[in-house]
Design a protein around this ligand. Structure first.
Ligand code: ASP
Length: 335
């Protein structure tokens, strides 16, 4: 028998054994059925907005206004983060953000809709509302991600104005940094305000957006977690959504937001899922004490979760007619 024929014969026998093996295990009472499905629970329909850091209060307000104007979860997410992007005093979001090592502010953003569609822009310059460009990528192209010059040209083609705004404060901080040019890819706990926003409309549908100028003094071209679907943001309208802030590299390595949503799918509460994702980051990073990462999550019942590596992570929740700022629990305890 030729080697090839011998191989085919063995492979066929292997296939038969596999089939037998499968049916045997299906009869084994120790093996749970893969067909068993969890019944979906009640869906919260009161409307809710959850977003990162202190700027979240104003962003939540803008999202709520969009909902009252007839907007759906996607409009709430976009309009909410647009509010933070337009605040040029914010040193971590929008054109007022701290620049890269070469003195240029470069922006990353993404957006996800309730139907699983997503759009993202990375390394984008001179555009005030990267999250809106991300929405346009999602709605008007067959792609998910556009980067750099291509993202900029797409934005201009879509009618977004070129904006030359340069923040004096950010430039001053950069010039100060240049004196030592010390590059430590760690994130100081006071040094970021990336906005990740999760919105639930009165139909109970969920969408989200995340937008940032990224890590201050990053290598030119560096992209963090914020515009990466599954890292900085993930929405699964059957289950819930999650977003992150902090040292993007640590979140990308662990697919943070996707992980949180998948843990919720397996039955974890939003809080348990955020805590587990932070523990995963701790496990993978021996230097976890030197950086901050925070997660927010919401499920279909309108329950929320928040957890961070370091104390100091704040988040804003607009629910039941109240828009309030909270301190998140953390792995490392406050001193
Ligand atoms: N996550 C952002 C990044 O790594 C930074 C931040 O949250 O401030 O680009």
């Amino acid at each position: 028998m030729s080697d090839r024929r011998k191989f085919l014969k063995t492979a066929a026998l292997g296939g038969a054994a596999l089939t037998l093996g499968l049916s045997a295990s299906a009869e084994n009472p120790e093996v749970t059925s893969s067909k068993k499905k969890k019944k979906p629970g009640p869906v919260f329909k009161g409307g809710l907005v959850l977003s990162t850091w202190d700027a979240g209060i104003s962003a939540n307000q803008a999202a709520w206004k969009a909902m009252e104007g007839g907007g759906k979860a996607l409009d709430m997410a976009e309009k909410g983060v647009n509010d933070t992007e337009a605040d040029f005093r914010n040193l971590s979001v929008g054109l007022g953000g701290l620049p890269d090592r070469e003195g240029h502010t470069t922006l990353d953003a993404c957006i996800m809709d309730s139907n699983g569609m997503a759009g993202s822009v990375m390394f984008l310059e001179h555009i005030k509302h990267p999250a809106s460009v991300a929405r346009r990528v999602m709605e008007k192209t067959p792609h998910v991600q556009l980067v750099g010059e291509g993202a900029y040209r797409f934005a201009i083609g879509e009618g977004f104005p070129h904006d030359e705004y340069v923040s004096d404060e950010a430039q001053k901080a950069w010039k100060n940094w240049l004196k030592e040019s010390k590059y430590q890819p760690i994130i100081n706990i006071e040094n970021h305000d990336t906005i990740g926003l999760l919105a639930m409309d009165t139909q109970g549908d969920i969408a989200g957006a995340c937008t940032t100028s990224g890590l201050a003094y990053k290598i030119r071209g560096r992209v963090g977690d914020s515009p990466i679907i599954g890292a900085g943001l993930y929405v699964d309208n059957e289950i819930g959504a999650a977003t992150s802030t902090g040292l993007g590299e640590a979140v990308v390595r662990t697919c943070g937001s996707f992980l949180v949503v998948e843990l919720m799918r397996q039955g974890a509460s939003p809080q348990q899922a955020c805590e587990e994702a932070v523990l995963r980051i701790q496990k993978r990073h021996s230097n976890f004490k030197d950086f901050q990462v925070g997660f927010l999550a919401v499920n279909k019942a309108g329950e929320i979760g928040a957890y961070a590596v370091q104390p100091g992570f704040t988040y804003a929740l607009y629910k039941n007619g109240e828009n309030k700022l909270f301190k998140s629990a953390s792995l490392i305890q406050p001193k």
